[in-house]
Design a protein around this ligand. Structure first.
Ligand code: URA
Length: 240
């Protein structure tokens, strides 16, 4: 698979300067997936180097992380002309590259930034306004990860309330990372014979209840707004 000379989307291939594949730590536990490169990213060949990228750097710094600790990719690897929204066919053409990145990096946590990556990786049209800040286990390709949808930093740049929410959601990332990767498909629990014998008649294999206030780990497929959540406006700018 060679992305650098990709011509699957003829318009993007004709108008881009660079294929912005992604950047960061190839061994990262934490991966971010944005929407698509903008003008600065197209010029420099790196993701999130414009204003939204500066905000992303700041949010990472606030939780004690740097760009070199994480891997950053996008739903589309090429800049849509005039920064228009990615088209469904373009998302479809490009998703193989993203799935390969997840396979190679093997993150524990994937933060989807905004609507496009959230809808793609959840395979569901529910918008970011309803989903942000709620981690759930999702299998991406062959890998189970904590999928953690967040508002897109570009949207938060202009909306102070959204920036506050993004900050609060970011603040829960260290706790989520500390959980490590979720159980992988095919990793069924099989007690060792000694452990099974020692626990015979006891409470072997019981999973401890999460403590009050611990991150919810339940996969939520419903789309009803939660108490206190706003239900409208989620498609504005295509970012939130
Ligand atoms: N917005 C994105 O979604 N990705 C980038 O790389 C830059 C801005």
């Amino acid at each position: 698979m060679q992305a650098r000379g990709c011509t699957r989307c003829s318009e993007l291939a004709a108008t881009r300067r660079t294929v912005v594949f992604g950047a960061g730590n190839a061994d990262a536990d934490l991966m971010f997936v944005g929407e698509a490169p903008g003008a600065s990213e197209d010029e420099q060949g790196l993701p999130f180097v414009g204003r939204a990228g500066k905000l992303l750097d700041q949010l990472l710094q606030e939780i004690g992380l740097e760009r070199t600790d994480v891997f950053i990719a996008n739903t589309l690897k090429c800049r849509p002309p005039g920064n228009r929204d990615p088209q469904p066919v373009e998302i479809d053409n490009c998703q193989e590259y993203l799935l390969r990145q997840v396979e190679l990096i093997e993150p524990s946590v994937i933060c989807t930034l905004g609507n496009f990556s959230t809808k793609l990786l959840r395979e569901d049209p529910t918008g970011i306004t309803r989903l942000h800040g709620r981690p759930e286990v999702r299998v991406i390709g062959e890998r189970a990860v904590w999928l953690y949808p967040l508002y897109h930093p570009a949207a938060a740049l202009y909306t102070p309330r959204m920036l506050q929410t993004l900050r609060e959601d970011f603040a829960r990332l260290p706790e989520l990372l500390a959980l490590g990767p979720p159980e992988q498909p095919g990793d069924e629990f099989e007690p060792l014979p000694e452990a099974a014998a020692a626990n015979a008649g006891g409470d072997a294999g019981e999973i401890p209840e999460p403590a009050e206030g611990e991150l919810a780990t339940v996969e939520r497929s419903g789309s009803s707004p939660q108490p206190g959540e706003e239900a409208a406006g989620e498609d504005q700018l295509g970012l939130f």
